[in-house]
Design a protein around this ligand. Sequence first.
Ligand SMILES: [Zn+2]
Ligand SMILES: [Zn+2]
Length: 368
Amino acid sequence: MPRAAVLREIGEPLEVLDLELEEPKAGEIEVTIAASGICHSDLSVQRGIVGVPRPVVLGHEGAGIVTRIGRDVTSVSEGEHVVLSWVPSCGHCAWCRRDEAYLCASGQQAADAGRMLDGTTRLQHDDTHVHQMSALGTFAERIVVPVQSAVRIPNDVPWELAALIGCGVLTGIGAATRTASIRPGDVVAVFGCGGVGLNVLQGARLAGAGRIIAVDTSPAKLALATRFGATDAVNASEVDSVAALKELTGGVGVDVSFEVIGLETTIQQALRAARRGGQTILVGMPDRDAMIPMRALAAVYGARTIRGCWYGSSLPQIDVPRILDLHERGEIELRALISGELGLDDVNRGLDDLAAGSATRSVIRFGV
Ligand SMILES: [Zn+2]
Ligand SMILES: [Zn+2]
């Protein structure tokens, strides 16, 4: 019986419970989790900002060992190490056929429902079905997931680094290298330098941006941002961030602005900071009722591009190995993303630290 951190009621702390886990069915695998990052989206589910059926095991940024395979599974074997993706792409829907696996229709449906691709669940507690966030639920010792959620990695990748790739790294680096169109020498601004924002910064560096301006209200995060490629820092608690960005660009505005927080005010600032003809990429997960605050005329007259970014437009089967390769060659930073490690029983402390802004990424380590 694996132990797992379960959310029963919105706003309540997670409860670590012993769950019953069924065997993997056709096209599914059992993964023994080795490490899981705690991401802002876990907090959003706990707070009810993102609706997920409950009870639910949270966690969607993890890595582990394949310990059992179901029928018809050929792409992974027992004993292999995998990074988990939170969109299990089917490979044949309208989006998958367009190379937009991150928008897979059936994968998203399963992820939203917290169930396997066949619409059923594999976890139970006291005869109640327990859902899995994003069809994963990585705050658990062992889970069953669709095989499409698994990306094989070499066995020597440290677990705590592998886990982070599954959400924050793919999303952030993908936002800069896949969602946005950054040209060499472009001036880029990133609003919000948490776990994802730091990866947008290093993604912008990979894409060849010239000046990379970090915007945050935390001096500690701005200091960390320089390790991830920021050439300039704007402390938005001290100055008007839009005015500061205009000043740094001779009154023109930045070529590409990224919003990685999800608040109307910072979305508005990111829009105003982009130059005429520039791009604004919305990465942060907003509240259900949040709007994009801008006049239509400003979009037309400004010839602006506004793009929403889902999972960094990533193709995990291609991008996970690419990220590991970049890391091995020293072109990206992973370890410095981790602000602390903790055990499964400390998961609520990890969520509180994230909410308080004192953690970039806490990683839960399991006994693997
Ligand atoms: Zn996440
Ligand atoms: Zn699909």
